[in-house]
Design a protein around this ligand. Structure first.
Ligand SMILES: Nc1ncnc2c1ncn2[C@@H]1O[C@H](COP(=O)(O)OP(=O)(O)OP(=O)(O)O)[C@@H](O)[C@H]1O
Length: 768
């Protein structure tokens, strides 16, 4: 009889860590097992635990642990590989269970639980193939004196109700410190791990129930515990040959493509009755969820050749990154149904489609437009207002709210703008800004903010026409509108997209949102928004409700970081910790957001905080660190790990623009390290180490990251803070918040190693 073989997520992760030769043998094993699971060479035998787990021979040393999940209609047996390990670590007590919350198959790996915890919980493990013992085993140490349990205020019933695997409950209650907990959860199913870490991080039972358990709860029938076949259908597994082969070849870099965390999967597959938003700290998988969401939506589309799905984000280099990742996740035919464009590119496209001949304007960045305003103020001898204040008033209040008349400006809300302005002052400001926009116009210039506004207006006009046509059609009982449509092109008018997915949403302008809102018909799954306001590094605070994007009741938060180690995360959190400040992070709507429960299960070295005596000293020490990092990566940590090409794994993030070229020059000429500048379009060239300013690092990640020049006066900038400290305290606080977010974004790009250096005084936000 042949068998169908699937691979449990944890088994796949174990495989990554095995030697290449064992991986190869495992692959052969899969082939042989599929052909005939009862072949004597495989030596398939049940363990004594609950009789549902079997072991089979991969080679002399390695065993596969498998669970039999029934036989299908064609008589084919369904088997799940739950673990791959050395025969020394296979115990009779191992068993599988079906989780009462998720209904998925769970395997609790007792072999990794610490000896002392097992003793306290009264569990002894029996090896299936005991090693010959040359000397008698010493009598086991008596269990250490009982210390206070780590998890207080929770009972076994609480843990059971939340969804912790039965086998882990007594063990979890016997744990007395976080190292023991770390060891326990290494072999724990995902949901148990989340719950136990959540409780240990101080989440209340209610919070865990709401944020961790409820999102993954499914309705299970009466006898669900016996039906492994049904449970297998609910469990995320790798099934086909090619998948297993790819997993073995690509290692854990591809994990995100196959295995979504249950909380992530829920968000990906849910049907939302309108715009939905997912938030969460850095590295919690918001982008991964957005990418899978695009695939999910594409899979539901009726056949066609158009592109009814838009995936958009704030910057160009992130768009390149998203495109590459999506291409590796989706079949080309499905990918062809997705438009991938950054938000300014989208606005530019709308404008060019509607361009009047001869009226093309050159689009400029804010600094260029600000210079035009400065020149104008000089010519007018205008000293009552400084150029930055006026520019922001224009960009954020007038453009931000699409204000077209002096009267509307008198009534405008100026929330978050700091100093108030009286009616006569508004009259002065309006007059100056009118002259400013006329000047821009005359010079044939347009800012990206203006372009976004114009694009939004055009998209909204188109939306209004579509609605009007729709309403008319409904009013006449759904008949064809041949006469009305004739020759006007109206018949072909429809919303550009059926679904829009937005990443890094926290930095989009009000006009961008208006444009996006108008590009998709309101309805199920219209807008899916991923973002984290703790990472807002541009000045665009938007309340989505005011631009027609209503997310209330459809917001979710991810809390588990997959990128950053606990050690990096705890330092980074201190940067954005606003305790005692009269400031808060918004939730993109009219409430606040926080990072409660944000945590990581990854461990690594504590970040290095390095004081230097001068900039030259900083450069020299940086070069030494990078040389060591490169060595670690290329030699696979001195031969203990996987060897890798260091290109694209290491980056240097600088606090000031000028430092980019200085760092690049120093590394290339004095340290023999090849470099690539991180530009708007991504890394330029294929140098080993990427170098860029903090803004360029948005949304990216590196194995090892150095931040240089993190000193007081630069983060935050003295000039900016001094300008507003007395004149506009609210603005001053906003600038501080932005500077904190920038450092937070930079620090959380690091996966395993983070090093932050400065000379003179450190930035006040650094935890030193
Ligand atoms: N389910 C998963 N399995 C394995 N890896 C995952 C999973 N989800 C996320 N990751 C990994 O975690 C890292 C961070 O994911 P992602 O970029 O989506 O986070 P993010 O929340 O968008 O971060 P940021 O806000 O910092 O941009 C990536 O390396 C990704 O591959």
């Amino acid at each position: 009889m042949t068998a169908r073989l699937s691979l449990y997520q944890k088994a796949e992760q174990e495989l990554y860590k095995l030697d290449r030769s064992v991986k190869g043998k495992f692959y052969d094993f899969c082939h042989r097992f599929r052909e005939d699971p009862d072949h004597p060479g495989l030596d398939l035998k049940p363990l004594k635990g609950d009789g549902r787990v079997f072991r089979a021979k991969i080679d002399q040393s390695y065993r596969a642990l498998l669970a039999k999940a029934g036989v299908d209609d064609k008589g084919q047996e369904n088997w799940l590989v739950i673990a791959v390990r050395h025969r020394k670590h296979v115990y009779e007590e191992l068993s599988v269970a079906i989780n009462r919350i998720t209904g998925e198959i769970e395997f609790v790996d007792l072999s990794v639980v610490g000896e002392s915890v097992l003793q306290r919980a009264g569990i002894t493990l029996t090896p299936t193939e005991p090693e010959p013992q040359p000397t008698p085993e010493p009598a086991p140490e008596p269990a250490p004196a009982a210390a206070e349990p780590l998890l207080t205020g929770v009972t076994a019933d609480d843990l059971r109700d939340l969804g912790v695997a039965d086998q882990l409950i007594d063990l979890a209650l016997a744990v007395t410190d976080s190292d023991e907990l770390d060891q326990l959860v290494t072999g724990a199913p995902l949901l148990s791990k989340d719950i136990l870490y959540g409780l240990a991080a101080g989440m209340s039972l209610d919070e865990v129930r709401k944020e961790i358990t409820a999102p993954v709860k499914v309705d299970l029938g009466q006898d669900y515990e016996q039906d492994l076949g049904a449970a297998l259908a609910r469990t995320t597994v790798t099934t086909i040959d090619a998948d297993i082969q790819a997993a073995l070849d690509e290692g854990d870099f591809r994990a995100w493509k196959v295995f979504l965390h249950p909380t992530q999967a829920k968000l990906v597959h849910h049907t939302y009755n309108g715009p939905a938003r997912v938030s969460g700290g850095p590295g919690t998988g918001k982008t991964i969820v957005a990418l899978h969401r695009v695939r999910h939506l594409a899979e539901q589309l009726p056949p066609g050749h158009n592109k009814p799905i838009l995936l958009t984000t704030f910057t160009k280099n992130l768009t390149t990154d998203l495109r590459a990742r999506l291409a590796s996740l989706m079949e080309p035919e499905l990918l062809a149904r997705v438009e991938i464009a950054h938000i300014d590119q989208l606005a530019a496209r709308v404008l060019s489609e509607n361009a009047v001949k001869g009226a093309v304007r050159q689009r400029v960045y804010d600094t260029a437009a600000l210079n035009v305003l400065r020149q104008l103020l000089l010519e007018l001898d205008e000293r009552r207002w400084d150029a930055e204040f006026l520019y922001e008033e224009w960009d954020q209040v007038i453009l931000g709210q699409s204000i077209g008349t002096r009267k509307a400006y008198f009534d405008a809300r100026r929330a978050g703008r700091g100093r108030s302005v009286t009616r006569p002052e508004r009259a002065q400001i309006w007059k100056i800004l009118e002259q400013f926009t006329t000047r821009l116009d005359k010079e044939g210039l347009e800012t990206w903010g203006q372009a976004a506004e114009r694009a939004a207006r055009l998209a909204m006009e188109r939306d209004a026409k579509i609605r009007e046509r729709q309403e008319y059609k409904e009013a006449i009982g759904g008949k064809d509108l041949i006469h009305r449509d004739d020759g006007s092109g109206m018949r072909f008018l429809h919303h550009r997209y059926r679904h829009i997915v937005v990443d890094e949403a926290q930095d989009l302008r009000a006009a961008h949102w208006k444009m996006l809102r108008a590009m998709v018909a309101p309805g199920p799954n219209d807008l899916f928004i991923a973002g984290d306001t703790h990472q807002r590094i541009y000045d665009q605070q938007v309340t989505l409700g005011t631009v027609g994007v209503h997310i209330r009741g459809r917001s979710s938060r991810l809390t588990l970081s997959y990128r950053t180690t606990k050690e990096i995360l705890s330092r980074a959190m201190q940067v954005v910790n606003l305790t005692g400040k009269d400031l808060a992070y918004d939730d993109l709507d009219d409430s606040t957001d926080n990072l409660n429960g944000y945590r990581s299960v990854l461990r690594g070295p504590v970040p290095d905080l390095v004081p230097c005596t001068s900039w030259d000293d900083e450069l020299a020490q940086l070069a030494a660190t990078l040389t060591a990092w490169r060595e670690e990566i290329t030699t696979g940590n001195g031969g203990t790990g996987q060897r890798r090409d260091p290109r694209g794994s290491i980056a240097v993030c600088v606090a000031e623009r000028d430092m980019v070229s200085q760092v690049m020059f120093h590394l290339a000429t004095k340290a023999g390290i090849t470099v690539a500048e991180l530009t708007k379009d991504g890394p330029k060239g294929d140098g080993e180490v990427h170098v860029g300013t903090m803004h360029r690092f948005k949304g990216l990640e590196y194995q090892k990251l150095a931040i240089v020049g993190a000193r007081d006066g630069v983060i935050p900038r003295t000039a900016v803070i001094e300008r507003y400290r007395t004149t506009d305290p609210q603005r001053c606080a906003r600038e501080e918040l932005k500077a904190r977010s920038l450092l937070f974004v930079a620090a959380t790009r690091a996966r395993d190693a983070l090093r932050i250096s400065w000379h003179d005084k450190p930035s006040p936000y650094l935890p030193v």
